[in-house]
Design a protein around this ligand. Structure first.
Ligand SMILES: Cc1cc2nc3c(=O)[nH]c(=O)nc-3n(C[C@H](O)[C@H](O)[C@H](O)COP(=O)(O)OP(=O)(O)OC[C@H]3O[C@@H](n4cnc5c(N)ncnc54)[C@H](O)[C@@H]3O)c2cc1C
Length: 476
């Protein structure tokens, strides 16, 4: 592949930049050889690629601050990066930018079981947070399917969720405080170690801000005692809409499962071939999990199964062992990977009111016919967070563009029924130009002003989140 051309002015600036970075970082923390920068040319949205000017891997908040100060003085854009698993192009570089990766910031700084908190550097992976406390009977609740790889930094950037967020909430509900380095190098502490903190709720602003406001280097997270027990039940149906209606009825009934996950036939088949989870061969499958003591589990499952029966499931099967439960979840967590083995796909991320699930699933089916592109659905149904996977052929000219057009129609449908463009993957580059469909000019202006305050030169994570026309007008 031919590398994009970088103009001579930028190349001269790059030489000066590397010289200055070398004053504050060791040699092995600066990646600037053109071939090596390719490792950072994209995230998990691989349809878009662009190698950065350079990448840096600092080891402390002080080093992050020094890097940002230099880039600020030299007017060089910076793209914060965790593990690069964003499905929205959130960590995609521009040719004139520096990738600031936190992969080497992995220390646990404090664990306090009395106050149920863990403080750590944000390069640590999501799963390794639970890994640090599980021997003592605790866990960290937000569980993105990418949790083996994704970093707490990116979870905060995208306000990530996961299967069990129906009960425990998403990242913002489990985040207590952060250390944020601003673009000019200033280090600020936001939030604290408790549920509430003095001053304005800036933590709520930072969580989910997609690297637009600063670089988060440390975080204080809430940890929880492991539940006594948990059990999933599999429910298979003849069609997607009936499964959607069943979810809506479970939520309406007021029982609170920890998770309600949905998969349709293409995803069930791909996942079963990949992970051998023991899923029934059906049009639609729900995994509903409840937690508690044995008695509590039985009580909740009885209510839930009664609702399921009223929708005539083709199969209703409670897990009978820990091994069976683990296989059911391994299947679900492998679903995206399993689909990726058989096809190129674009993973959408819209959220809708749960009562609208049958309507939107029908709409997706109609759009699939209109565009001639197959769709696999696998998503967190309990909180209405949909992930249609549109299948396309990356080698077929025009297929990606068709897929993008269809994706935009699906997301607009989510907004039309009272939902929003993103549940947990963020806006990134993928949905930035659809923001006009979600926000009126006044709403958008309020967000732009927040960006102005934190990053007046608009250097952080360029070309993301805000529509390009809006950004261009802002920067003049
Ligand atoms: C197979 C697969 C399954 C997935 N499943 C889920 C799921 O169930 N739930 C879910 O929510 N997501 C899921 N994702 C999406 C992705 O894993 C999440 O968005 C995750 O939080 C990204 O983390 P990361 O460390 O890879 O961040 P990156 O991709 O590196 O970055 C994500 C965003 O955060 C910003 N950012 C990164 N580091 C910092 C920092 N230090 N300070 C400020 N901003 C920063 C970036 O600029 C970018 O905008 C999945 C992805 C894949 C590939």
């Amino acid at each position: 592949m031919e590398m994009p051309k970088v103009d001579p002015f930028t190349l001269a600036k790059k030489d000066r930049l590397i010289a200055r970075l070398s004053e504050v970082l060791p040699e092995d923390a600066i990646i600037h050889a053109v071939e090596e920068t390719r490792a950072y040319e994209c995230d998990a949205l691989t349809a878009y690629k662009c190698p950065p000017l350079a990448a840096v891997l600092p080891r402390s908040t002080l080093e992050v601050s020094a890097v940002l100060k230099i880039c600020h003085e030299m007017d060089i854009p910076v793209v914060p990066r965790g593990s690069g698993t964003s499905l929205a192009g959130g960590a995609l570089p521009t040719a004139d930018s520096v990738i600031l990766g936190v992969a080497r910031l992995t220390d646990v700084l404090e664990v306090d079981y009395d106050d149920r908190i863990i403080r750590l550097q944000t390069g640590r992976t999501n799963l390794s947070v639970t890994g640090a406390v599980e021997a003592d009977g605790f866990f960290y609740a937000p569980d993105p399917s990418s949790q083996l790889a994704c970093a707490i930094a990116g979870n905060i950037g995208m306000n990530s969720g996961g299967a069990h967020c129906l009960k425990y909430g998403v990242t913002t509900n489990n985040l207590l405080g952060v250390t944020l380095v601003q673009m000019d190098g200033t280090v600020v502490e936001i939030g604290g170690a408790h549920m509430d903190s003095a001053g304005m709720d800036l933590l709520g602003v930072v969580c989910g801000s997609e690297g637009q406001l600063g670089v988060v280097t440390e975080a204080t997270l809430r940890i929880l005692p492991k539940p006594e027990g948990a059990r999933p039940v599999l429910m298979a149906f003849d069609d997607n809409e009936t499964a959607g209606a069943c979810v809506a009825d479970i939520i309406k009934a007021g029982v609170l499962p920890v998770a309600i996950e949905f998969m349709d036939r293409p995803v069930i088949r791909a996942t079963e071939a990949f992970a051998k989870a023991g899923y029934p061969d059906a049009e639609a499958l729900l995994i509903v999990e409840v937690e508690g003591s044995e008695d509590e589990i039985d009580e909740q499952l009885e209510v839930i199964e009664k609702i399921a029966r009223s929708h005539n499931p083709v199969e209703l099967r409670r897990s009978t062992s820990e091994a069976e439960s683990a296989a059911i979840w391994l299947g679900r967590k492998s679903a995206f990977g399993a689909m990726g083995q058989i096809n190129d796909y674009m993973c959408l991320d819209g959220t809708i009111p749960v009562s609208e699930l049958p309507v939107v699933l029908r709409g997706i089916g109609e759009l699939s016919k209109k565009y001639g592109l197959d769709v696999g659905n696998v998503f967190h149904a309990g909180d209405g967070n949909m992930h249609p996977l549109i299948l396309f052929d990356a080698n077929k000219p025009g297929d990606l563009e068709l897929c993008e057009e269809m994706g935009a129609e699906i997301l607009k449908l989510c907004v039309e029924v009272g939902g929003c463009l993103t549940g947990e993957h963020g806006v990134g580059v993928e949905k930035r130009d659809l923001m006009h469909h979600q926000f009126n000019p006044g709403d958008m202006e309020a967000q732009l002003r927040i960006k102005d305050v934190f990053d007046p030169k608009w250097l952080l994570n360029p070309a993301k989140v805000f529509p390009l026309d809006v950004t261009a007008a802002r920067r003049g």
